[in-house]
Write a protein that binds this ligand. Structure first.
Ligand SMILES: NC(=O)c1ccc[n+]([C@@H]2O[C@H](COP(=O)([O-])OP(=O)(O)OC[C@H]3O[C@@H](n4cnc5c(N)ncnc54)[C@H](OP(=O)(O)O)[C@@H]3O)[C@@H](O)[C@H]2O)c1
Length: 398
């Protein structure tokens, strides 16, 4: 049955009154799933809990490609106590040989008698087959608790599988009067909002930024507020003139950097930056600027499942006009910048798709004095409004 809730609901708003045991343990699995601070791309975030006689006897989460799946970690943690127990996991257990053997076999071998998972895996080789493999061996399977929250957690994964395209998120930190720059102040929002941005940086696979922001701010674009030891994300730079310094710390440290430029860029600069370790990508476009639809295609071709775009003004405006953003995450601080700041939208006299209802708010949260508003495009709202109580994703396209 498709949930009757509208697409514009808050995560968690679909919960029934009170929390069943199943929901309690699935919530714990969701918490564990989020522990993969460096992300698990292109794999989903998955956590698992094993419960026997009302006691948690095993826990685990997936750490990324090639690492054991959450179910396996939890089974290893539980040892013999897994026999006769219930396994809780936020995504359908896999039943195919990928980089690791099928979880369904390990679950059967461990003697688990019941499996509860939040949502079916939209990946064709698993969808419904994981549950079928378990049921065929007499394991009791329940699907659906916290399906909405499980879907929200793995939206980039779901979007890539359903659409074949990477999930593009634009993050902006703005003043109450809509400025994303402010004289004399490096950070507009508070520490907790910035920590949330670092969480986004860990969930999404790459960070994209305009060359103007690098010139003005020289941002670090890492995940240090989660853990200073985390590896740097892939940084993508829009730089039509290829003026990014070839001796920039990202290059001298050997961090992965992809620079996007238009066809007219200087061959000498291209050679210099490539020699310094950057991946320089030329794409078609007007006036030396890359066409953003071609950029999204290139990002997908390179196997990225998601990108967090962190501005600045020119990039935010082109992305808004190009209509290529799947989600906008806007942090608004309780401060007014006035003439000392610039709006995130460098008005070229054209309306953007916010006006025609294409981008609508799905979530509002107060974060220590700041407000975070999440806006989703129609197709993303349609996934969120289409997850059923039985954990099925009934996606409608417009
Ligand atoms: N509050 C926030 O959330 C936030 C986030 C980021 C930045 N900011 C602020 O934004 C300001 C910077 O904005 P900005 O407009 O100057 O710079 P920007 O948007 O970061 O970068 C603009 C530059 O990117 C290149 N570019 C833009 N579109 C391109 C395309 N389609 N293809 C290839 N290259 C492209 C162009 O380089 P060329 O010049 O070589 O043509 C352009 O000059 C800073 O003050 C920064 O603090 C705020």
């Amino acid at each position: 049955m498709v949930k009757a809730a509208p697409a514009e609901v808050r995560p968690g708003a679909l919960r029934r009154h009170g929390m069943s045991n199943d929901e309690t343990y699935i919530r714990r699995a969701l918490e564990l799933a989020e522990r993969a601070t460096a992300g698990t791309n292109p794999n989903p975030l998955v956590g698992a809990v094993i419960v026997r006689d009302g006691e948690i006897v095993g826990e685990g989460y997936h750490g990324g490609p090639g690492r054991p799946h959450a179910e396996i970690e939890a089974i290893l943690d539980a040892g013999e106590r897994a026999s006769g127990a219930t396994l809780y996991v936020n995504l359908e257990p896999c039943c195919h040989y990928g980089r690791t053997p099928p979880c369904t076999e390990a679950i059967i071998d461990a003697g688990i008698s019941r499996v509860v998972f939040s949502m079916y895996d939209p990946f064709g080789e698993v969808r419904g087959k994981g549950a079928g493999a378990l049921r065929s061996r007499g394991i009791d399977v329940t699907v659906g608790p916290c399906a909405y929250d499980a879907l929200e957690l793995n939206l980039p994964y779901v979007h890539r599988i359903v659409s074949g395209s990477p999930f593009i998120v634009l993050k902006l930190a703005a003043t109450l009067d809509g400025r994303i720059t402010m004289d004399g102040r490096k950070h507009i929002t508070g520490l907790e909002s910035r920590r949330r941005v670092h969480v986004l940086r860990s969930r999404l696979e790459a960070i994209a930024v305009g060359k103007g922001t690098i010139d003005l701010d020289d941002p670090v674009l890492d995940r240090r507020l989660l853990d200073p030891g985390l590896p740097p994300p892939v940084r993508m730079i829009f730089d039509s003139g290829l003026s990014f310094p070839h001796d920039h710390a990202w290059l001298t440290q050997g961090d992965p950097v992809i620079i996007y430029c238009g066809e007219g860029a200087s061959p000498e600069r291209r050679e210099l930056l490539s020699g310094a370790g950057a991946d320089v990508v030329t794409l078609p476009g007007k006036d030396g600027l890359v066409n953003l639809h071609d950029w999204v295609e290139d990002v997908g071709r390179r196997g990225f499942s998601s990108v967090l775009v962190e501005g600045g003004v020119a990039i935010a405006t082109s992305m808004m006009l190009g209509g290529i953003i799947d989600r906008l995450v806007l942090f608004v601080a309780p401060v007014v910048a006035g003439a000392g700041g610039e709006s995130w939208y460098r008005d070229p006299g054209l309306p953007v798709w916010l006006e025609d209802g294409e981008l609508a708010p799905t979530r509002v949260e107060v974060i220590e004095g700041d407000v975070m508003v999440v806006y989703d495009r129609f197709h993303v709202r349609s996934y969120l409004g289409a997850v059923t109580e039985e954990g099925e994703l009934v996606h409608r396209s417009r």
